[in-house]
Design a protein around this ligand. Structure first.
Ligand code: NAD
Length: 305
């Protein structure tokens, strides 16, 4: 049996789809952004909050925990630091404690490229010194440190994955989702945060899941891998692709400045050489991933309407 926290969210539900092909799955999710209908029918959904509920009993007998639950919104940190602390740091600490008490030794954790902050080495390798500039990045780095210290203190083993922007079906946040929502409200004009020159790496969800599974082939006490595509795409280009796919020609209105919000890292590309040595490589470029994800989200939204 495998426990997946955040298994009702975007990335978590795709992980559950994959793992449930050959495992019994328990999903723990408070459904704050996740949706019950995203969870595979073959998995058991426990509605619980990692930051406040007792979850130890649900973990007993699990082979491993995939800890995906978090507040993934980088922008929230500047408005509501407590939200980031609670759902990321406190939730992870409480999960680790529950795992220790239930005797569960393996954890797979979704971290982020934002732990590096504004890196001067691009593509950024895993051993680059992390200096996050957002509360979100800081919270994930704190989680990594907690996980690593639990591994050494309580003989646990961890796989920590630092993601670029992950995109695809069921995503409910991020630049593509925002652009589609804005154009649904006003097809004439699209507001673009920053100057549109922000240049980042995007990875399609199926590539991301395959990468996580490939990383399990590494057997250190703590295994840290970047996961991303090998190129970047600018925000302005994403706006063009979203507009094209919706059949619209909106005016672009830039809010200005080199970044979208406080804590945004304008240039991001991760070195994925470490994971490629295990035989994995992404199938799609950033631009291909963006176009596929735009089509997915438009289809998702059309189904809802
Ligand atoms: P998401 O919001 O779709 O999924 C997060 C899930 O966690 C949701 O189902 C939510 O209901 C649940 N959750 C949140 N707080 C909880 C709590 N206190 N207790 C129980 N459940 C809780 O986000 P996502 O994009 O699928 O992100 C999944 C993970 O990947 C997160 O840890 C995120 O930080 C990380 N990540 C995502 C990206 C990305 O581009 N999407 C990039 C880097 C890292």
């Amino acid at each position: 049996m495998i426990v997946v926290t955040g298994g009702a969210g975007f990335i978590g539900s795709h992980i559950v789809d994959k793992l449930s092909e050959s495992n019994e799955i328990i999903v723990i999710d408070n459904l704050s952004s996740g949706k019950e209908e995203f969870v595979s029918k073959s998995a058991k959904l426990v509605k619980a909050d990692l930051a406040s509920d007792d979850i130890e009993d649900y973990l007993r007998g699990a082979e491993e925990v995939w800890h995906i639950a978090a507040n993934p919104d980088v922008r929230i940190g500047a408005e509501n630091p407590e939200e980031i602390y609670r759902n990321n740091i406190l939730a992870t600490y409480r999960l680790l404690e529950a795992m220790r008490k239930a005797g569960i030794e393996r954890i797979i954790f979704t971290s982020t490229s934002t732990v590096y902050g504004e890196a001067s080495i691009i593509p950024t390798p895993e051993d680059y010194p992390p200096h996050p500039i957002s509360l979100y990045g800081a919270s994930k780095l704190a989680c990594e440190a907690l996980i690593e210290s639990y591994c050494h203190t309580f003989d646990m083993q961890a796989w920590i994955y630092r993601f670029a922007n992950v995109i695809g079906r069921r995503s409910t946040h991020g630049v593509i989702y925002d652009f589609i929502m804005k154009l649904n409200r006003n097809p004439e004009e699209l507001e673009i945060l920053g100057n549109g020159e922000q240049n980042k790496s995007y990875i399609y969800i199926t590539d991301c899941i395959e990468a996580m599974l490939a990383g399990l082939g590494s057997d250190e006490r703590v295994n840290i891998f970047n996961i991303g595509s090998e190129d970047q795409v600018k925000v302005r280009r994403i706006a063009e692709i979203v507009s094209e796919e919706l059949g619209l020609s909106p005016r672009f209105r830039f809010t200005g400045g080199d970044r979208g919000w406080k804590g945004d890292v304008p240039v991001m590309l991760l070195s994925i050489e470490k994971l490629k040595k295990l035989g994995w490589r992404p199938r799609y470029s950033s631009e291909e991933a963006v176009r596929m994800a735009v089509r997915d989200l438009i289809e998702d939204l059309n189904k809802q309407n």
